[in-house]
Design a protein around this ligand. Sequence first.
Ligand code: AMP
Length: 280
Amino acid sequence: MELINDPSSMRDWSRSQRNRGLTVGFVPTMGALHEGHLSLIRTSRADNAATVVSIFVNPTQFNDARDFAAYPRTLEADIELCRNDGVDALYCPTVEAMYPEGATTSVDPGPIAGLLEGAHRPGHFAAVATVVTKLLNAVEPDVAYFGAKDFQQVAVVRRIVADLDIAARVVSHPTVRDPDGVALSSRNVRLSQAHRRAAPVLFRALSLGASSFRQGETSPAKVRHAIEEHLAGEPLCRPEYVALVDPATFDEWSGRGPVVALVAAWFGDVRLIDNLVLSD
Ligand code: AMP
């Protein structure tokens, strides 16, 4: 496995693969790798001759400096996991290589960046759009893999890839969950035991919303109420938002057509997000 630390070496490596006729799959991450990441990596390995994983804890996308400082970092273990899983190149750029002195450009993904996660984390999606654009420019993959757990992030990435004529195909990978329904996340290790025990409430609440929808409920207020009521029954969960939107446009769900339910909630000082597509 190649270890690469700067954009131009990354681009040289990728181009040398493609010059040999190999397709390149790319899995961008912030490290602290878990089964969710590994399942993206395995999908890329199955689809492509070469797989690149990036690990970069992007400082600009954290709107809380404490969250950035507390973000788990397990580089040695991550390198081992990537090596064992047959990753061909691991791209770990330094902050200086990504944001050299004098860099001022950022990518504005438009209105979607101001909704839901974007409304609660100002500047987050511009920072994500900027770093993903830079990573895609360095890796120049044929296919890039993103997790549906970060549902709005996938929509932002699809927007920038379409709008900026980026050549990569974007694949959304289903959310990998623990047996109790908790979506795997690098932040889960920061949950106290009590908060970890409370965390399955998110998926249970989303599933209740889905079953009320399946039973024919088309009132957005009532489906949302089913979710909110269940969350309210867990004292260790402090919901930030519950939303029902059209998965393509992120317009509020009108009661007809495709719909995804999205939640964000605090468990102590750890903020978790989750979502479930009720109809696509
Ligand atoms: P992160 O390291 O949290 O930035 O995640 C890197 C990529 O892995 C993103 O595309 C995430 O959406 C994806 N990912 C994270 N957790 C999961 C999960 N539980 N299931 C599927 N994909 C995930």
